[in-house]
Ligand binder design. Structure first.
Ligand code: NAD
Length: 317
């Protein structure tokens, strides 16, 4: 990062954005990090915490903000997630694709030094390997969200090769956190289950008991993002998006881990349309490229994550 340039986080009010903005402000100073989201009221606003109301589809406004604020890094998180995307496919395509293209175009035109954009395990499809799914596996996603992430990865690679834009990306698994609510993904159950466990000791899960999915505790995801952005450009051999693994578990396994701490906790299963989405994804991910290229290593296993989630939710309720 150059010494004077600021950071813009787009989608800063979301599940990842709220924690990433906080982590970036801790590191670079609040005034250096501008939170942007299409929402008007934001917990990120206030004295010393710059906030802009910004729809990423408004390219002119985006361009103006990047120029006026001397932005040198953009973290572009605004998107429509997998489950919501199946209900509103056109909207998902527009925001996920056009939003990314706007960011990439503006970044090239303004000479932004680095861009971060998250992809997802949703790029994989039913024909991808289920176990330790490799970096270069067949993708063939079946959701509009996955299609947009798959195409987005190739656009990032294209802007890197064609315009020299230093755009970096991670294929996040389902992210688990207690500060901000999840935004309409297929893995949201792994957050909701903790809130229900603490509030009522009961949870009805929309996935079947044995549905294995890749997940990650949020602090690992924030650290992965910052470590990737800190890495030397010449070490990065993947310019589409890096596979990234944390832990994998089923609803039955997480329920069992919660019941060890809350013995009266009960789970029931009522699978809905999200079961089919979950079944199209791998159960575990091979992330050796991230480990080799920039030293990635997750810290949170299932037991650590369950302890942290229950502690965090009990403090905040
Ligand atoms: P979220 O839904 O919680 O937050 C998205 C934020 O973007 C919201 O605050 C929303 O108001 C904002 N937004 C939506 N449309 C916008 C627009 N047109 N202009 C400006 N802001 C807009 O999502 P999240 O979970 O924080 O995910 C962030 C990114 O990470 C997304 O690209 C998502 O695909 C990716 N990702 C998330 C997960 C996960 O488990 N959370 C997993 C894989 C990938």
């Amino acid at each position: 990062m150059n010494r004077t340039g600021k950071i813009l986080v787009i989608g800063a009010c979301g599940q990842i954005g709220s924690e990433l903005t906080h982590a970036l402000r801790e590191r670079y100073g609040s005034a250096q990090v501008i939170a942007g989201d299409r929402l008007s009221a934001a917990s990120h606003a206030g004295p010393g915490n710059p906030y802009v109301q910004l729809d990423v589809l408004d390219k002119a406004l985006l361009s103006q903000i990047v120029a006026h604020e001397d932005i040198s890094q953009i973290y572009h998180l605004a998107a429509v997630l997998s489950a919501t995307g199946e209900k509103e496919p056109q909207l998902a395509w527009q925001i996920n694709m056009q939003g990314l293209l706007n960011v990439l175009d503006v970044a090239v035109a303004a000479g932004v030094e680095k861009v971060f954009w998250p992809s997802s395990i949703a790029v994989f499809g039913p024909d991808s390997p289920k176990e330790n799914c490799p970096q270069q596996a067949v993708t063939e996603p079946t959701t509009v969200y996955g299609i947009s992430k798959c195409a987005g990865e190739y656009w990032c690679n294209y802007y890197h090769k064609k315009f020299g834009l230093d755009v970096r990306s991670l294929r996040f698994p389902g992210l688990i956190s207690y500060l901000a609510a999840p935004g309409g993904g297929t893995t949201d159950y792994a957050v909701d289950i903790f809130h229900k466990a603490v509030e009522t000791a009961e949870y009805v899960c929309y996935l079947e008991a044995n549905t294995l999915l890749p997940m990650m505790y949020m602090s690992d995801a924030i650290r992965a993002t910052m470590e990737l952005m800190d890495a030397n450009a010449e070490n990065l051999t993947v310019r589409t998006s890096y596979n990234l693994a944390g832990l994998s578990f089923t609803p039955a396994e997480i329920a069992q881990a919660i019941a060890k701490r809350i013995p009266e906790f009960r789970i029931a299963y009522a699978p809905d349309f999200r079961q089919q989405i979950a079944e199209s994804w791998p159960g575990s991910i091979d992330d050796h490229m991230a480990r080799e290229d920039w030293g990635w290593k997750p810290e949170f296993d299932l037991e650590d994550m369950v302890d942290e989630m229950l502690r965090g939710i009990k403090i905040t309720v």
